[in-house]
Write a protein that binds this ligand. Structure first.
Ligand SMILES: Cc1ncc(COP(=O)(O)O)c(C=O)c1O
Length: 440
């Protein structure tokens, strides 16, 4: 069924599972203001306000958030030693940073932004609908025994390759809900174990992520006491991630880094179903306008956003449809079919997608650890190759020309969004390191 992919400079590489850079031909300036989208910059603003309102409750639920007054934030880390190791030492690479969501508190991955947000927003609206909190009440009322006893009659369910399940499970249990996580066959054993320890019911499917989500949705549809966090359709998840952009804007500002027409910003975002990278990219467009360019990163065997968006089809195209296997060590990105909601929103907003082979991912996990002490899981390490594609690949050069930024690259800023890893247990992490060849 290869016919679904049209002529494109990246087509042959994609079909042969060779790392490549695909540029989105529909990417255009001003799309966020002028397209008719199911979501708007005002929604991003509301999400920021929701995070702020919920912060005292988050601090009450998770002791590690006391020091940040309930804010879930990650550091912006300069790529120092790693810059050399990744071959980004010349001036044309401009500024290069890691946005270390690998070290986000509570869940240790970018999923802390989406999963926690959706569960906490749901909890607040359930409590409101049932007269348990009203305007002006202290939001920490949701942590009282009375409210938690009420919550315990409900189950929060989700389908996950691992990290979303962790963040939703942790959030749901912290508020007193029951929680069920439907895991795909790719899920790592340690993630299953950690959830079970938290009292989360884990159902392991001998199937891929799309099937795990479908099963979970069917069960939830038949039971009004189950709230289903729907990774394929959820606006809440998407908006939870989107608030990260204002955090990045503050951090760049603190460092005196300008983002404008002469100083472009590039984001490299690991993509599974598309919610996390899509949400961050959308928030970034709402914050930085046309001066930010967001690229997704996917494994060569699971480039679901790439194949669907390249196909131009109205119907979702999966990686199986073009003969790829969806087999990858990067469990967070082992998704065969992207979210239709994210595909619609990103149609003209996504700059492009680059792909990475598993052996490169594992080497990057090792290099990030040995050279700069960054503990990443393979999905997160994918982001590290972004600047190399943009600066060195022929399609990256075409992108610079088309955007009129070739002469501005020395003043550009690259943000490599490393999306998970700090909670990976030592034994699993050592296993990743053993899988790699020796560092070059
Ligand atoms: C570490 C990591 N990075 C990236 C992603 C991709 O997020 P999404 O599936 O929302 O595209 C995931 C998803 O679980 C993940 O665990």
């Amino acid at each position: 069924m290869n016919a679904v992919l049209p002529a494109d400079p990246a087509r042959d590489d994609v079909l042969a599972a060779r790392p490549t850079l695909w540029l989105n031909p529909l990417y255009r300036r001003g799309a966020i203001e002028t397209s008719d989208l199911p979501i708007s910059p005002a929604d991003v603003q509301r999400a920021r306000m929701n995070w702020q309102r919920l912060a005292p409750l988050l601090a009450a639920c998770f002791p590690e958030l006391e020091s940040t007054n309930g804010e879930i934030r990650s550091e912006l880390v300069e790529l120092k030693e790693l810059r050399e190791a990744l071959g980004y030492r010349t001036r044309e690479f401009g500024n290069v940073f890691i946005k270390a969501d690998s070290h986000l508190p509570v869940a240790g991955s970018i999923k802390a932004r989406g999963g926690l947000y959706e569960v906490f927003v749901f909890a607040e609206s359930l409590a409101r609908d049932n007269g348990l909190v009203t305007d002006g009440d202290d939001i920490r009322k949701l942590k009282t025994k009375e409210v938690q006893t009420f919550f315990s009659k409900y189950t929060v369910a989700v389908g996950s390759t691992g990290n979303l399940g962790l963040s939703v499970g942790i959030a749901a249990r912290a508020l007193g809900f029951k929680a069920t996580v439907h895991m795909s066959s790719d899920a790592k054993a340690w993630k299953v174990e950690r959830l079970r320890k938290l009292g989360v019911e884990v159902i392991q499917h001998e199937a891929d992520y799309t099937i795990a989500v479908e099963k979970a949705r069917d069960i939830a549809d038949a039971d009004p006491t189950i709230y289903f966090v729907d990774d394929e359709q959820s606006k809440h998840l998407f908006l939870g991630y989107s608030a990260a952009a204002s955090e990045l804007a503050e951090q760049l500002d603190e460092r005196g880094i300008t983002v404008d027409a002469d100083n472009p910003l590039f984001l490299y975002l690991p993509c599974g179903i598309g919610g996390a990278p899509g949400g961050v990219a959308f928030g970034a467009k709402a914050t930085f306008g046309d001066n930010v360019h967001a690229f997704f990163v996917e494994p060569v065997q699971s480039p679901c956003a790439l194949v669907h968006m390249m196909s131009g089809s109205q119907q979702l195209v999966s990686v199986y449809d073009v003969g790829l296997t969806n087999k990858t060590e990067a469990d967070g990105m082992a998704v065969a079919r992207m979210s239709a909601f994210v595909a619609t929103v990103m149609r003209e907003i996504l700059a492009g997608v680059f792909t990475v082979a598993d052996d490169e991912l594992l080497t990057l996990v090792r290099v990030a650890w040995t050279v700069q002490g960054q503990r990443l899981e393979p999905s997160a390490a994918a982001a590290l190759l972004g600047p190399g594609f943009l600066v060195g690949h022929k399609e990256g050069k075409r992108f610079q020309d088309e955007q009129g930024i070739r002469g501005k690259m020395t003043k550009g800023t690259h943000v490599l969004w490393t999306t998970g890893g700090s909670h990976v247990p030592e034994e699993q992490f050592q296993a990743f390191l053993r899988q790699t060849a020796t560092v070059t």
